[in-house]
Design a protein around this ligand. Structure first.
Ligand code: GLU
Length: 447
C-alpha cells in the first residue's frame, strides 16, 4: 500500500530549519516510497494563526523543493471534529471538567508537595448532575477531557523501536476548550484517520501525544498509523530551536543567500547515520533517508556548516541553472556563462558573484606598486581576441622579458588587474576584463 504522510505545522510563525527536518522527512519518505504528501495547516488556534504565516509556509516549502500532493486547513474541517467529539461524549470517553487554571495549578502544587506525580485527579468525573448544574449556573463553562484507559500504550516506532507509555502517568488530556475550540490533539487524530495517513513522522517532542492519540484512534474505531519520532535539531550548545529564533527561519536563510539544497542537506543528514554533505538533489537525499538509523541523541548542528555545504552546491552548479540568477544580478547573458565558469569555484553564495562582476566591469581601483614593471607587462599584452590561454601566454612573455616568476610575477599583475590579492584564476577572468580595461588598470587608472 502506498504510504500517505503529512506535515502539519501551525501557521503561527515562520518555518525554521528544525521544521524543515520534519517536512523533509515526510516529503522524502513519500517521494521514495511512491506515496502521497499532505500539507495540513493546524490552524485551530485562531488567535495565533494567520493567513500570512500560512502562505509563507507554502512558499518556504516550495523553495525547499517540496510540492504537497494535497493541502488542507483544519479550520475548514471543524464539522468533522464536532462529530468525533460527539461520538466520544456519547461513549463516555469525553467528559466535562470545570476547574479554572488557578484551581488546577493549586492542585498540582499540592500533589508535588506530597511527592505525588502531578496527574489530573479526575475530580470532574465524580461531580453529580446537580453539582454540574450548579457550576454552570455560576457561569462556568466546561472544558472537555478525554478519559484515558489505564495500562501501557505500546507501539513500534520506526525510529525509536518498541515504545511504551503508562497511561496512568498521564493526565486525561483536554481536547476541547471552554469556548468550544479544539486543542491540537483530537483534530490531528480525526484528520489522520479521515485522510488515511499511514505514517506519522514527527519530532520526538510528540512521544507523549502519541500515547494519548493511539487511545483516541482506538476510541474512534480508526486504524492506528505507524509512528516515527525523529530527534530534534539543536544548536551546538544543545539549545532547541523555536520559531522565535528568526535567523534560522527558512526565509531568513534564503535572504542570507543560502541554497535550498544546503539547508535541506543539513536539516536531513544531521543526526543521521550519513555524513553531513551537500546533496542538492532531493531524490538522492530521499535515498539517504533511513528512519531506522536516525540517532536517538539530539541532532546538533552548527549553522556555520551551511557555508561549506552551500559552497559545495555552488561549485557543482552548472551554467544553465546559474544563468537566470546571474541575469537577476545584472550580469549580461552573453558573457554570463564564461563568467560563471571563471568564478564559481570562488563563491560561497551565488550572490558573491556580483562582487566579482564588479571586478570584471569595474571601476576597479588598481594597486600598482611598481609602475615601470606594470608598463613593461602592459607592452607585452597580446592583441585580442583573448581566450583561456591568454593569461598563461602573457605570463610566459613577461617572465621571459623581466625574469620574475611565481608569486613575484603574478601577484603584482593580479593586484593591478583586480585591485585584490586573491580571487578566481585569471585565465578565466582576464578575457572578460578585456584588453582596454587591462591596459588602463596597468597604468594605475581606475577602470
Ligand atoms: N501542529 C503540530 C505541531 O506543529 C503537529 C504535530 C503532528 O505532526 O502531529 O507540532
Amino acid at each position: 500500500m502506498a504510504p500517505v504522510v503529512r506535515f502539519a505545522p501551525s501557521p503561527t510563525g515562520y518555518l525554521h530549519i528544525g521544521n524543515a527536518r520534519t517536512a523533509l522527512f515526510n516529503a522524502l519518505f513519500a517521494r521514495r516510497e511512491g506515496g502521497t504528501f499532505v500539507l495540513r495547516l493546524d490552524d485551530t488556534d485562531t488567535a495565533r494563526s494567520t493567513p500570512e504565516f500560512a502562505a509563507a509556509i507554502a512558499e518556504d516549502l516550495r523553495w525547499l523543493g517540496i510540492a504537497p500532493d494535497r493541502s488542507v486547513r483544519q479550520s475548514d474541517r471543524i464539522a468533522l471534529y464536532d462529530a468525533a467529539a460527539e461520538r466520544l461524549r456519547a461513549s463516555g470517553r469525553l467528559y466535562p471538567a470545570y476547574e479554572t487554571p488557578d484551581e488546577l495549578e493549586r492542585r498540582r502544587r499540592r500533589q508535588l508537595g506530597r511527592g505525588q506525580p502531578p496527574v489530573y485527579d479526575r475530580a470532574a468525573l465524580r461531580l453529580t448532575q446537580a453539582e454540574r448544574t450548579a457550576l454552570e449556573a455560576e457561569g462556568r463553562r466546561p472544558h472537555w477531557r478525554f478519559r484515558l484507559d489505564p495500562g501501557p500504550v505500546t507501539w513500534t516506532d520506526l525510529v525509536r523501536g518498541p515504545c511504551h507509555v503508562e497511561a496512568e502517568s498521564l493526565s486525561d488530556p483536554v481536547l476541547v476548550r471552554e469556548d468550544g475550540s479544539y486543542l491540537y490533539t483530537l483534530p490531528s487524530v480525526v484528520d489522520d484517520a479521515e485522510m488515511g495517513i499511514t505514517h506519522v513522522i514527527r519530532g520526538e517532542d510528540h512521544v507523549t501525544n502519541t500515547a494519548v492519540q493511539i487511545q483516541i484512534f482506538a476510541a474512534l474505531g480508526a486504524p492506528v498509523p505507524v509512528f516515527a519520532h525523529h530527534n530534534l535539531l539543536t544548536t551546538a550548545s544543545g539549545e532547541g530551536l523555536s520559531k522565535r529564533l528568526g535567523h534560522l527561519s527558512l526565509r531568513g536563510l534564503r535572504a542570507d543567500g543560502y541554497e535550498p539544497g544546503a539547508v535541506a542537506s543539513l536539516a536531513v543528514l544531521t543526526g543521521s547515520a550519513e555524513a553531513v554533505r551537500a546533496v542538492a538533489d532531493l531524490d538522492e537525499l530521499a535515498r539517504l533517508l533511513d528512519l531506522a538509523h536516525v540517532s536517538r541523541a539530539p541532532a546538533k548542528f552548527d549553522p556555520h556548516d551551511l557555508d561549506q555545504l552551500n559552497a559545495r552546491i555552488i561549485h557543482g552548479m552548472d551554467a544553465a541553472e546559474a544563468l537566470p540568477r546571474l541575469a537577476a544580478l545584472g550580469i549580461p547573458p552573453a558573457r554570463a556563462e564564461a563568467f560563471w565558469t571563471a568564478v564559481r569555484a570562488n563563491l560561497t553564495k551565488l550572490s558573491d558573484a556580483a562582487a566579482w562582476w564588479r571586478v570584471v566591469e569595474g571601476p576597479v581601483m588598481p594597486v600598482v606598486a611598481d609602475a615601470a614593471f606594470a608598463a613593461q607587462a602592459a607592452a607585452l599584452l597580446p592583441p585580442e581576441p583573448w581566450d583561456g590561454g591568454t593569461w598563461k601566454a602573457w605570463g610566459d612573455a613577461v617572465k621571459a622579458r623581466i625574469g620574475l616568476k611565481g608569486k613575484a610575477l603574478f601577484l603584482p599583475l593580479r593586484l593591478a588587474l583586480t585591485g585584490l590579492d586573491h580571487g578566481p584564476d585569471l585565465s578565466g577572468l582576464l578575457p572578460l576584463i578585456g584588453r582596454e580595461r587591462a591596459l588602463r588598470r596597468l597604468r594605475g587608472e581606475a577602470a
